[in-house]
Design a protein around this ligand. Sequence first.
Ligand code: PMP
Length: 424
Amino acid sequence: STSIALYIQSRRKERQLAHFDARPIELRSDDILDGVTGLIGNTPLIRINSLSDALGVEILGKAEFLNPGGSVKDRVALRMIQDAEKAGLLRPYTGSRIFEGTVGSTGISIATIARARGYEATIIMPDDVAEEKVKALHALGAEVERVRPASIVDKKQYVNLARRRATEFGRADHVDGVVDDNSSHLLESSASIVVSTQAAHVETSPDDVEGNQEILSKPRGFFADQFENKSNFYAHYDGTGPEIWRQTNGDIDAFVTGAGTGGTIAGIGQYIKSINEDVKVILVDPEGSGLYNKVKFGVMYDRKEAEGTKRRHQVDTVVEGIGINRLTNNIELAIPIIDDAFRITDAEAVSMSRYLVRHDGLFLGSSSACNLVACIKLIGTMGWQEGQKIVTILCDSGTRHYSKFWYASSPTLLRSSSDTQQER
Ligand code: PMP
């Protein structure tokens, strides 16, 4: 970690780079978009100038922090809601409520789109998540319930609780005297129905939905279930992946990103591999997550690790949004196509984030910083030629991470910011 800034600086020196080229600033005009959801996706791909110049490999970041809800999860929230509407599980302006368990970004995306589409939102999140995310959710009018961080086997774990709250919402409807077998069946099994929304999307004709007018007009609780819901995967397989391919003309050598639900790496990775198997797909994993071991050794935890390492929910890390200790539907779709993995420490992520502000004016969140640390680690492991390209995801901006990642007075942060001072 001490070495991130110094390492980049030494590579710049080796490459005899004295200063950056000054690039002309261009203005462009956009077409008129259809409300807030029109702003989702089609994000630019930007060259990370400081790192690309220093290392001689093009490092390109997909600027997902430009989505209106502030993160890559806008794409997923939109697709989950669209697919649920198509499958007849949600209908706007019926008093229906979307429930989700999230560390924050997905909640903010759901709350944003819910407002634009005529839904209410209830977001369940662990109580150690950065406070600014809770404030954003409240500002968007979402109901927020915070729970102690817990393992997935615990009924009060945030995802389990979100599922239960969605079911309870349906039951309240039932108590009101509306006896509706069809609808309670949908509610109780919403997770499994939604898991197959891609199929539902194809198989459900508008006539089926029209035929259920009465059911559809009732308030409904919908558990979005980003971890298991394959609409998450398809948001990236049909959206982000093709965008990256177009933006690079398919000239990519590696795709590097972390996994929270796994939707991003699975969707983009699978799309890219479906066209060119030679592109490397690289997983980025923070401390306390089991995915690194799953990729490297085929198990989430070997016995030694399980004894020596705390589980993700017990690890006091400043990185939010990536890392998990269980295999979700979306992670399962990613595992077969991941070529390698890197484990990134908090100190490395902190150090990188400060470096990017100082040298690129890029103010990014913790998972984006992890992604960029992994890019330079990847460049260190194999023989790269000048001009080869690595694409990664700039998941969200630093504004979501003030309290935990930027201004927390933890020893990790203090140590890392003094490292970057030295390099001035
Ligand atoms: N970065 C941030 C800031 C996130 O909120 C998330 C989603 N939890 C991710 C990265 C990881 O994305 P995915 O869920 O698609 O694996």
